[in-house]
Design a protein around this ligand. Structure first.
Ligand SMILES: *[C@@H]1O[C@H](CO)[C@@H](O)[C@H](O)[C@H]1NC(C)=O
Ligand SMILES: *[C@@H]1O[C@H](CO)[C@@H](O)[C@H](O)[C@H]1NC(C)=O
Length: 364
């Protein structure tokens, strides 16, 4: 029997919706039991201490990334501001690579954002050398008690709803930046750090209306709710000057230049495989804000199926094998080569583990 095209399309869309509805809940009850190897943990702590004690190279990570980026990337700004003209090409691509078709919405939003000189700064000043850590949400962090070492980084960048609270022993309790899109944002604000900035990432037009509602402490327009695939917060406990709008060039660079994905095509629904994960986008952002960038909680070890997928929930690595939406291999390949060339450090070793095999001669 031949099915009409619209029917096949309907099934595909329905399956897509089902997949999205089955995405992990961010509840934090009953984390999966996981046994930590103490020798491994000790070597990891020593590795992180070495990273923190090594000389800080001004502009180090960005310089390494620029070798893979076009000349125009020397000018990339991290955020968009009310008082700074937006970058050329802002409207060339649709979200998340640009704001094509959203000019008036974006103009409105820019007017609600703070002036660049009145807002608390995430960007470094010229006379300091800043070390950042981008905290992935990987289960690899579970039970390793890295919290106090993580807190020693100058800037701690957290992604989506990555929780603190009872997990602070493992992941620290400072948050300099929380970077997220509406559906990924914690329903109740969890950062107690009074320095936290919220960096909003736009994946679709309605995300702009949501950011605007959050800044102005207004409720989300009723009509907008149908465009979100998961419940989104209806308020964020943050002053307006703590909101930042990510420059979509940061994601475009990550996708088209660092990962060398093809430019976006017209798409019907959901995400192509050319959209980088928040982790790789955050790394590119961190390279603009910091001198040396480290990653923690990145990488999946698919051969350890019983291992936890996230540090905070009950999902195991086996759940990862079932999903096909992210191009995990391509990202891992990029991150591994950046770690190997010394552009970034991998604190927890899920990407490239430099501390996993003990050195033959114990000189350190
Ligand atoms: C983090 O924990 C330390 C030690 O308990 C505490 O002194 C500090 O105020 C906490 N910081 C934040 C931002 O919660
Ligand atoms: C993944 O887990 C397996 C089994 O525990 C281990 O042998 C392997 O070294 C791990 N790979 C990485 C990259 O950590």
């Amino acid at each position: 029997m031949r099915l009409p095209k619209w029917c096949v399309l309907g099934v595909v869309v329905a399956l897509g919706l089902l997949w999205m509805l089955s995405l992990p809940e961010t509840e934090t009850s009953n984390p999966l039991e996981w046994h930590v190897n103490h020798a491994h943990k000790k070597r990891m702590h020593e590795h992180v201490r070495r990273v923190l004690a090594s000389p800080c190279r001004p502009g180090g990570t960005r310089r390494s990334l620029l070798a893979r980026l076009p000349a125009s990337s020397h000018m990339t700004q991290a955020f968009l501001w009310k008082d700074i003209p937006p970058p050329d090409g802002l409207f060339w691509y649709p979200p998340p690579f640009g704001f094509k078709g959203l000019a008036s919405k974006v103009e409105n939003l820019l007017n609600q954002l703070p002036d660049s000189d009145s807002a608390p700064q995430a960007e470094k000043t010229s006379d300091e050398c800043r070390r950042c850590v981008v905290m992935g949400n990987g289960g690899i962090l579970r039970g390793l008690e890295l919290g106090q070492l993580i807190n020693r980084f100058d800037t701690v960048i957290r992604l989506n709803s990555g929780p603190l609270g009872e997990f602070s022993v493992d992941v620290g309790n400072r948050t300099s930046i929380r970077m997220s899109y509406p559906e990924g944002t914690p329903l109740r604000w969890i950062d107690t750090d009074k320095h936290t900035l919220f960096v909003a990432v736009v994946y679709k037009g309605v995300d702009i209306s949501w950011i605007s509602a959050m800044i102005n402490k207004l409720s989300v327009p009723l009509w907008d709710w149908i465009f979100f695939w998961q419940k989104v917060p209806d308020a964020l406990a943050l002053e307006p000057r703590r909101f930042r709008l990510l420059n979509p060039d940061v994601i475009r660079e990550a996708a088209l230049d660092l990962l060398q994905y093809p430019p976006p095509r017209l798409r019907l629904w959901g995400t192509d495989q050319n959209v980088p994960t928040m982790g790789v986008s955050a790394l590119n952002l961190a390279s603009l804000l910091c001198d040396e960038v480290s990653l923690a909680g990145f990488g999946y070890n698919l051969s350890q199926q019983g291992a936890p997928l996230h540090y905070y929930d009950k999902l195991s690595m086996a759940a990862m094998l079932k999903q096909t939406s992210h191009n995990v291999d391509k990202e891992t390949e990029l991150l591994r080569s950046l770690v190997k060339e010394g552009a970034i450090a991998d604190l927890t070793g899920g990407i490239h583990c430099s501390f996993c095999t003990p050195p033959a001669t114990p000189t350190l």
